[in-house]
Design a protein around this ligand. Structure first.
Ligand code: HEM
Length: 460
């Protein structure tokens, strides 16, 4: 421990079965298990999934210690030689790599996300949004799955901004491939009893086939870009032209594939879920929705939003922040202790696995008044939670989200863009969260696209 003064006691969650430990409850409903245990047993817990022991930490001081002060000691859990979980899908890309590879690749990729590039990115995001909404006219008045719509919209945004290409014709195939592969990755991590992926089960075959599809898609993009001499100044250009400062070597095809797929997956899945949850929250809070529409109408006057408009849309931004609090797309992050250490009074051996319970932090009653209520106004007038580390939708420390500025523009911008034309009304009774790497609305969210009676100034 460096400069924190807190001290915690670790509690073992009771009821571990002899071999499986707490696996049955966790496997059935991981989010409910983690939040239920935290509510019942406290901020520093230990539980067992088969042979693996995990620590669940749900206090800002513990999060700060692990993600920031002891970031060097708490590393990512993936081993490129024996990939499990997300590494099965993303290989050794920015989310899953560690050490020198991660450092070098982060240096290469970071400039794409510099604040100075966000205005141009915002224009491209808005253009994509307008184009997709043009296709919504035939769907007006009918129920649609807004989660799927947001997934497709965010996918097209990431393809156009990072790879200067359209994925419209592959969208359904890609959505399915990511759904199948991420579920497989999630189960592989938390189910130590699964069969290895070389066994030709139906599930393994399905996984291999969707991965083949994703690989072909990404390698196709690389081949196409190498064939044309045009410069786009996008992520793909940066990756292809990156050279090692010492050796002058470029990234290998495998490295390029891993990074491109990582940005592709991490860059749309999270934002899409955040947007879907936001529409759900607005649809179930009529006063907030009315205030949102009023702000959007007043600021935009029917125009397409730009990055500059965002500073005049504080309520829209607050809605997005509050949605990320209640339904953080990454509800937990995981680390492994590289050496034995002590975290705020808790001794941890080398190899100890730790989950930072972001979902729990965001609903912690010691840090949030009315923690389970949707209250966008808590973000207005510069209000912040009493602890900086009680709100971690984008993580913290050196491994914090590289796309934080991108997502903070994209979320509110697309909300404003859609909200100026449509009133999204819930067409089902309730929605359940499901943890599958990200926090998704289980089975989607059926909503009716109700056109609003406001003048629209067309941009495209
Ligand atoms: C609302 C949207 C988003 C949320 C909630 C989110 C959340 C997160 C979180 C919590 C982490 C840290 C994971 C950890 O500590 O283990 C992370 C990392 C990452 N995110 Fe995001 N993210 C979002 C959008 C994006 C976007 C738009 C991109 C890219 C275009 C992106 C790319 C990445 C990458 C590459 C990493 C790994 C960074 C590293 O380890 O160096 N994310 N994200």
């Amino acid at each position: 421990m460096l400069d924190s003064v807190s001290s915690f006691t670790l509690t073992d969650i009771p009821g571990a079965a002899p071999l499986l430990g707490h696996l049955p409850a966790f496997k059935k409903r991981p989010l409910e298990a983690m939040s239920g245990w935290w509510r019942q047993y406290g901020d520093a817990l230990r539980f067992r999934l088969g042979p693996k022991t995990l620590h669940l930490f749900s206090h800002p001081d513990l999060a700060e210690e692990i993600l920031v002060h002891q970031a060097d000691r708490f590393v990512k859990v993936y081993d490129p030689r024996r990939p499990v979980g997300l590494a099965l899908v993303l290989g050794n890309g920015l989310v899953t790599s560690s050490g020198e590879v991660w450092k070098r690749h982060r240096r290469i990729i970071q400039p794409v996300f510099h604040r100075s590039r966000m205005a141009a990115m915002a224009d491209r995001m808005a253009q994509v949004g307008e184009q997709r909404m043009a296709g919504w006219e035939s769907l007006e008045g009918q129920p649609i799955d807004i989660a799927t719509e947001m997934m497709q919209l965010a996918l097209e945004v990431i393809s156009q901004t990072m790879f200067t290409t359209s994925m419209t014709q592959h969208i359904e195939h890609i959505s399915r491939a990511l759904r199948v592969s991420l579920k497989y990755a999630f189960d592989s991590f938390h189910n130590p009893l699964r069969l290895p992926n070389w066994v030709p089960t139906a599930r393994n075959r399905e996984f291999r086939s969707v991965m083949q599809f994703m690989d072909n898609l990404i390698y196709g993009l690389l081949v196409e870009r190498r064939r044309t001499a045009t410069t786009h100044g996008d992520l793909l250009d940066l990756l292809l032209h990156a050279r090692d400062e010492e050796t002058g070597a470029g990234l290998t095809d495998q490295e390029l594939r891993d990074e491109a797929l990582t940005i592709f997956a991490a860059g749309h899945e999270t934002t899409a879920n955040a947007l879907a949850w936001t529409w759900y929250l607005l649809a179930t809070h009529s006063e907030a929705k009315a205030r949102f529409h009023k702000e959007v109408d007043k600021v935009l006057q029917g125009r397409t939003p730009t990055a500059d408009d965002l500073q005049h849309l504080p309520y829209t931004r607050a809605i997005f922040d509050e949605s990320l609090r209640l339904y953080p797309p990454a509800p937990a992050v995981q680390r492994k202790a590289a050496t034995s250490t002590t975290v705020d009074g808790i001794p941890l051996p080398a190899g100890a696995l730790v989950l930072i319970g972001i979902y729990n932090l965001h609903r912690h009653p010691a840090f949030w008044p009315n923690p389970d209520q949707f209250m966008p106004e808590r973000w207005l007038d510069g209000e912040r939670p009493p602890s900086r580390y009680a709100y971690l939708p984008f993580g913290a420390g050196p491994r914090a989200c590289v796309g934080i500025h991108f997502a903070s523009v994209e979320g509110p911008l697309l909300l404003a863009l859609i909200g100026r034309r449509y009133d999204l009304q819930l067409a089902q009774n309730s929605v359940e969260p499901e943890l599958m790497v990200t926090l998704r609305p289980k089975g989607g969210i059926s909503m009716i696209l109700q056109p609003r009676r406001v003048p629209i100034v067309s941009a495209v």
